[in-house]
Design a binder for this molecule. Structure first.
Ligand code: UGA
Length: 448
């Protein structure tokens, strides 16, 4: 099979970003997804998700021959990038991984020549050498080793910067069945990255699977740690988590990233992967108190934000509260496990009238609100941040969208009470005259 041909199975954040980045660098990429609507959108050059630079790269990829299909066409490199959602008990749902492996195996039946199966989806240890290997071999009638290569190659891109992370990753982890599989994938990436080749680690498949979970759980723990310190700072007059984090981050062993205190971590990965890893610990009977603590801090964080609002304006019943930002982080329309939804639920239980605004996530937030059975009459959506502020007795900034930097004195003067709970340390305390900014992680001195 031609070495420049690639099949990407599952066109979500990871798959679509990978597909368009490869296509834009001249690889012949075929995409595959079971969702016909998504496939049609992609082929019509409509990005199914909000992601910076995606549309532009999709356009150039389609021009270079990239197409998405609902029937699978195998290539020399076949990346499995399907979702691994959470089951109700927190364990990982491998339905999509199994069916992708089966379909791929089926399509490889008639093929001749060596091709490599690369698992990029986040899967529990043992899945690649278990489910994936078994399904591909049984449906294709071919054997890994001599006829097919197998690798587990976790993905570390972040939503909101998926394209630039795909083009410039910190590292490539190759978990390989044998050296031929690993050499093939390494050669492929050398071609893709050229002179900008990132650091590579080659290891066993099970280690690669664990590296992904351990990385996400570590990042979640780091954020929970600084959130815990933020809660302490809030009780110590004059203490400021931003300064503490800056000082800590100057130590290279600690590092400055992922030390921004906030309302808690959300999204489709950190919450899901920490719980899945906890389940893996439980399955083998090993305790994971650090992980338990990280999850606990994150569960408590949204209530702390609501309490900050109550401390400022008292009982929330009947009070209009403006929420700025609903997506779990800026530059995405994703609200999966977003803190905003938990805060909306808490505010609505306390009888607040919520007016929310997000530049792109309104539609997804509406769906999530229905799923969580939050009464629709408790919340309305504004078409701008300025509109959301009108007559509000309190504003809670949840997501640090850049456009909120343009809010000025006039915008805030439309509020009934000019109070902002700043959960992201976004507003400079002194920047807007007449506005009371209540920053998360700042101990009050009594002078304010
Ligand atoms: C995360 C990882 O960072 C990626 O490396 C990984 O590939 C991805 O999951 C995945 O498994 O697919 P992502 O969920 O897109 O990426 O977003 P992050 O940038 O990690 O942010 C997660 C949450 O942590 C957000 O709610 C964010 O606001 C919060 N966060 C992050 C903080 O509150 N403080 C920080 O300092 C950093």
């Amino acid at each position: 099979m031609h070495r420049d041909r690639v099949t990407v199975i599952g066109l979500g954040y990871v798959g679509l970003s990978l597909a368009v980045c490869l296509a834009s660098k001249g690889f012949k990429v075929t995409g595959y997804d079971v969702d016909k609507e998504k496939v049609d959108l992609i082929n019509k050059c409509k990005a199914p998700i909000h992601e910076p630079r995606l549309k532009q790269l999709l356009k150039s990829s389609l021009r270079r021959g990239f197409r998405a299909y609902t029937n699978l066409r195998p290539s020399a490199f076949n990346f499995i990038t399907v979702g691994t959602p959470r089951n109700k008990d927190g364990s990982t749902d491998l339905t999509y991984v199994s069916s992708a492996a089966r379909e791929l195996g089926e399509s490889l039946k008639k093929e001749k020549g060596y091709s490599v199966v690369v698992v990029k989806s986040t899967v529990p240890p043992g899945t690649t050498l278990g489910t994936v290997k078994r399904e591909v071999e049984s449906t294709s009638g071919r054997k890994f080793g001599s006829e097919l290569g197998l690798a587990m190659n976790p993905e570390f891109l972040r939503e909101g910067s998926a394209i630039s992370d795909t083009l410039n990753p910190d590292r490539i982890i190759i978990g390989e069945l044998d050296s031929r599989s690993g050499n093939s994938l390494l050669g492929f990436y050398r071609k893709f990255y050229g002179s900008k080749m990132p650091r590579v680690m080659r290891t066993s498949i099970v280690n690669a699977e664990l590296i992904k979970y351990a990385s996400n759980a570590f990042l979640a723990t780091k954020v929970s740690f600084i959130n815990m310190i933020a809660n302490l700072c809030q009780k110590i007059p004059g203490a400021d988590v931003v300064a503490v984090a800056r000082g800590m981050g100057m130590d290279r062993r600690i590092g400055e990233d992922f030390l921004r205190a906030g309302p808690g971590w959300g999204g489709s990965c950190l919450p899901k992967d920490t719980k899945a890893l906890k389940g893996i610990f439980e399955k083998v009977g090993v305790e994971c108190p650090v992980l338990d603590g990280a999850i606990r801090v994150n569960e408590l964080q949204p209530a702390g934000v609501v309490e900050m609002a109550e401390e400022e304006i008292g009982d929330l019943r009947g009070k209009r509260v403006a929420l700025l930002g609903l997506s779990f982080k800026p530059d995405t329309d994703d609200v999966r496990d977003a803190v905003s939804i938990t805060i909306i639920k808490m505010l609505s239980e306390r009888g607040a009238d919520i007016v929310a605004y997000d530049p792109v996530a309104e539609e997804n937030a509406m769906k999530a609100i229905q799923e969580y059975s939050i009464p629709a009459e408790r919340i309305s959506f504004a078409s701008s941040a300025r509109e959301a502020l009108i007559n509000a007795e309190c504003c809670i900034l949840i997501t640090e969208w850049e456009e909120f930097r343009r809010l000025n004195k006039d915008d805030f003067s439309a509020m009934k009470r000019r109070v902002v709970i700043d959960t992201r340390r976004f507003f400079d305390k002194a920047c807007i005259e007449g506005l009371k900014v209540v920053p998360l992680g700042l101990g009050r001195t009594g002078e304010e």
